[in-house]
Design a protein around this ligand. Structure first.
Ligand code: CA
Ligand code: CA
Ligand code: CA
Ligand code: CA
Length: 227
């Protein structure tokens, strides 16, 4: 029984890959597993042509900051080189530095604000930044009659410890108008990273000694049975 448990533990340790793992992924086609707080699945309208599929997670909550859509994760082991990737839609009248802004989209990981950007869907050029790639701007993708924008966002989260984590997605700004005036959506969300190596104290030499001891005892028992 003891040997079986040790061998099972070794087998599990050997099965943990050392390279990049997908720790969470969701295209929001059928569920928002792991999420709490504000937000709801909705049809993608014009965002469907930009890789958002049929459904996405939309949040049009009011407030400053507005109520967040919160991803709750529990990691079985520590993770290195963690990266968060997502598609982001700035839907309708995001005002940037115009009259009714600022309108920020924010990502906060374990209480740390790692992404904040004042989006302007009236601008002649797309928003720019090291973490942003443009999918669409200056076009009508649906919802209210205002033009919309779409981007991919890539964030380096570095190390994540084993255990619970929260990733909050939310809008803010003292003229965040919410509702059908300005809202946002995310899709194609993934968290990838390298699971840390299994603990160094996996008792390989000990189990070997136990195994040899066990074989010795078995041989002794056989000899005794023969005698
Ligand atoms: Ca989708
Ligand atoms: Ca607005
Ligand atoms: Ca629109
Ligand atoms: Ca606004």
């Amino acid at each position: 029984m003891k040997f079986k448990a040790i061998f099972a533990a070794l087998a599990i340790a050997a099965a943990i890959p050392a390279s990049a793992d997908v720790l969470y992924s969701n295209n929001f086609e059928s569920n928002a597993n792991g999420f709490t707080g504000a937000g709801f699945l909705t049809g993608t309208q014009g965002y469907g042509a930009l890789g958002f599929g049929q459904q996405m997670l939309r949040n049009n909550a009011p407030g400053n900051p507005a109520a967040a859509s919160v991803l709750n994760l529990n990691l079985g082991s520590a993770v290195n080189n963690a990266t968060l990737n997502l598609s982001f839609g700035a839907i309708d009248s995001w005002d940037g530095s115009n009259c009714c802004g600022p309108d920020y989209f924010n990502i906060r990981v374990d209480g740390n604000l790692l992404f904040t950007k004042n989006f302007d869907t009236f601008a002649a050029t797309p928003a720019s930044g090291a973490n942003l790639s443009t999918l669409s701007y200056g076009t009508q993708l649906g919802f209210s009659g205002w033009n919309d924008q779409a981007y991919t966002i890539n964030l380096n989260l570095d190390q994540l410890a084993a255990g619970a984590h929260t990733i909050e997605f939310f809008a803010s700004g003292n003229v965040w108008q919410a509702g059908e005036d300005e809202s946002w959506a995310i899709d194609n969300l993934s968290l990838t990273g390298d699971r840390a190596a299994p603990p160094a104290d996996v008792p390989e030499p000990v189990s070997g000694a136990l195994l040899l001891g066990g074989l010795g005892a078995m041989a002794l028992a056989r000899r005794r049975r023969r005698a």
